[in-house]
Design a protein around this ligand. Structure first.
Ligand code: ADP
Length: 363
């Protein structure tokens, strides 16, 4: 005999999200259940299309429902709706970009570690999973997005309402100061000017509705992160670091800065982690694992490692980040794993606060 829908719902309460430690029914991820002659169909809404736990959830749902007597087949349909920050988190600050669900800054202790490269690939990678992603070049002193995104001769457009229309390239919306000023002129900003430039980029760009807005910050611990933290309600920050000791020391300072600004560090990325030679041999040029160890010591999640990769460098120079996901399968899978890990941390961040238990103190 076919099980009832209620029995299936009950079984689904046994399936837990391994990171949120709650069942998928309580988390409101199960949208519909249908049963017909032993064939069960379950619709599940993931908290991000880049969900790192999708395969695990599929396996667990199948196993849990298959245990019911009379089940012949279990079909699972996935959709995704990026979980936004809880109203409490949003209410804690004015939100000048209410249509953007998550704002994530990418920072680094020092320049040249691949911060912009990682920021670009995170945004493009998120968009490739089906999310609406944007990328803002907050590196107002040394904007690299015109090159990294291959913006070439494209010129920004201004709308009637004096808003800047972002560029739509590689599946993302992007804006950079590099397209608003003379590209050959050195960008010297005094404190208040830096504040104004960042503010204009963030507020005067017509971002529209986005699941994720990635902000590429200038390296170090200067004015811009302070402006950003006062202006925007961030979900958190990612710190990019190469494995060497000196890079770690600077990354620690960047983590300390985000903490001081009350911005959660969502994770550390170890870039230029190692090098794979033509013969397949791996060389730990900078001391692979250094950034991961530092992340552990600082008590922040590790999102993944990206090796030194010549194709990544060439695609970056050519302004073609899409090629990173369609060429070398190893590079693509490393970047995709990074994207999934970040999206997972963001979901955990958004949902864990939404499901926080009130604390009762009795005196
Ligand atoms: P940052 O933003 O930290 O100053 P960039 O992202 O501009 O650094 O990267 C500096 C240079 O290093 C660029 O030429 C970029 O293409 C290259 N690069 C970054 N990461 C890698 C990598 N994993 N493999 C090869 N080249 C890389």
């Amino acid at each position: 005999m076919s099980p009832t829908k209620d029995q299936v719902w009950e079984r689904l309460r046994q399936v837990h999200d391994p990171e949120l430690h709650r069942d998928i029914v309580t988390l409101n991820m199960v949208k519909t259940v249908a049963v017909c002659e032993g064939v069960v169909r379950v619709a599940i809404e993931l908290t991000t299309p880049a969900c790192p736990l999708k395969d695990q959830i599929l396996k667990d749902v199948r196993a849990a429902v298959a245990e019911l007597p009379g089940v012949r087949e279990v079909n699972v349909d996935f959709t995704a709706n990026v979980a936004a920050m809880s109203p409490q988190q949003r209410a804690s600050k004015n939100n000048p970009l209410p249509q953007v669900k998550h704002i994530v800054a990418v920072g680094a202790g020092k320049g040249g570690v691949g911060k912009s490269t990682i920021a670009v690939n995170l945004a493009v990678g998120l968009a490739r999973t089906g999310a609406k992603a944007g990328l803002m070049d907050g590196d107002i002193y040394g904007p690299s997005l015109p090159t990294l995104l291959g913006l070439g001769e494209l010129a920004p457009r201004i709308t009637g309402g004096n808003m800047i229309v972002p560029f739509e390239v590689h599946g993302i919306k992007a804006m950079t100061i590099g397209k608003l000023v003379d590209p050959d002129k050195p960008l010297i900003w005094r404190g208040p000017m830096a504040h104004g430039a960042f503010r204009q980029l963030a507020m005067q760009t017509d971002w529209g509705a986005l699941d994720y807005l990635i902000i590429d910050l200038p390296p170090g611990t200067g004015d811009v992160p302070l402006t950003m933290s006062q202006l925007l309600p961030l979900t958190g920050a990612v710190v990019v670091c190469t494995p060497q000791k000196v890079a770690q020391d600077d990354a620690r300072r960047a983590i300390g800065m985000f903490r001081q600004l009350d911005i959660d560090v969502l994770g550390v990325v170890e870039n230029m982690s190692y090098f794979i030679a033509d013969d397949g041999k791996e060389y730990d040029i900078f001391g692979r694992g250094g950034a991961e160890m530092m992340a552990q010591e600082m008590g922040v999640p590790f999102l993944g490692a990206v090796p030194i990769n010549m194709a990544l460098r060439a695609n970056s120079d050519q302004g073609d980040p899409t090629a990173n996901f369609t060429g070398d399968p190893k590079l693509a899978s490393e970047l995709e794993s990074l994207v999934r890990n970040l999206a997972g941390r963001i979901s955990v961040h958004a949902l864990s606060s939404a499901f926080q238990q009130p604390t009762i103190s009795i005196s």
